[in-house]
Design a protein around this ligand. Structure first.
Ligand code: GLU
Length: 290
């Protein structure tokens, strides 16, 4: 029996959707639908300081306007925190994470004081301050209620898994090098999980076979692949699509003041035409090609 494809669109409700989101949603939708598969919607609302309910409503409205239909009820990450806590507990039990008490200011000061701070895709790497704490000090500070997040001990983690790779639709087999990110945060001081942990747990829990998302998240996949191996979760196929750029070659992002889908709708833009234009800009390769 042919495997049934499941893809998802997983926006964070931190603002209104723009054209880049529309393209990503459409691409994820098409990867599933052209193969008779299912397309899911997941609201990534784990950051209570940045996510807003009106933006969730906006996401539903915008997708409906575009004619993009999802299967089943949307999943809200904010309602799944116990699932992420369970995954973190497994990593704690395996000794692969450690509590991190550092403030942003402390990390920045350490990096500034270091002669050659190593950098990764998202800037300077965490200098490993709390990784070097003795077990007894860690336990005492946690027991005393000192605010802390949890970081992955990436060297220890990669030593337990050995070499890993994933299949990328455009780039082929990619060897995972999660160490380029250093010891990433898996649970924040102010949120009981992080993007990396929640997305990895959810893609597996929802049976996602094909992760379709922008090329800006390509580097994050190195971490997700490692977490899959540590948590014994399956590895989906990845499709990192090109990002839409404006006439000046700059990324169409909500922060850059690019028009939102809501404003386009208000201006009378024809949704069907918009969708046709997006599809023809980067056509989906023929069946099996992506
Ligand atoms: N929530 C992420 C974002 O809005 C996308 C997550 C993903 O597709 O893996 O950028």
């Amino acid at each position: 029996m042919p495997e049934s494809v499941i893809s998802r669109f997983a926006p964070s409700p931190t603002g209104r959707l723009h054209l880049g989101h529309a393209f990503s949603a459409l691409r994820a939708h098409d990867v599933a639908r052209t193969r008779g598969g299912r397309f899911l919607l997941r609201i990534e609302d784990i950051d209570p300081t940045r996510c807003r309910p009106d933006h969730v409503t906006g996401i539903f409205e915008d997708l409906r306007w575009l004619g993009i239909e999802w299967d089943g009820e949307p999943v809200f990450q904010s309602r799944r925190l116990p699932l992420y806590a369970g995954a973190l507990d497994r990593l704690k039990a395996a000794g692969l994470v450690y509590p991190c008490f550092c403030t942003r200011a402390r990390i920045a000061a350490e990096i500034a004081a270091s002669a050659a701070a190593p950098h990764g895709p998202d800037g300077a790497l965490y200098p490993g301050t709390c990784r070097r704490l003795a077990e007894a000090e860690r336990a005492a500070r946690v027991a005393a209620g000192e605010a802390h997040g949890w970081r992955l001990d990436v060297a220890r983690a990669t030593a337990t898994t050995g070499p890993l790779s994933w299949q990328d639709a455009a780039a082929g087999e990619i060897v995972a090098t999660p160490e380029i990110h250093g010891d990433v945060v898996l649970a924040r001081k102010d949120a009981p999980t992080s993007y990396h942990l929640a997305v990895t747990v959810d893609d597996a829990a929802q049976g996602v076979t094909d992760v379709v998302r922008g090329h800006d998240l390509f580097a994050a996949t190195h971490v997700h692949r490692l977490l899959q191996a540590l948590l014994a979760l399956p590895t989906p196929r990845y499709h990192h699509h090109p990002l839409l750029l404006d006439e000046r070659g700059e990324r169409l992002a909500k922060r850059a003041g690019s028009p939102t889908l809501a404003s386009m709708r208000a201006e009378g833009v024809d949704a069907a035409e918009l969708v046709r234009g997006l599809r023809s800009r980067f056509p989906l390769p023929a069946k099996g090609g992506e």
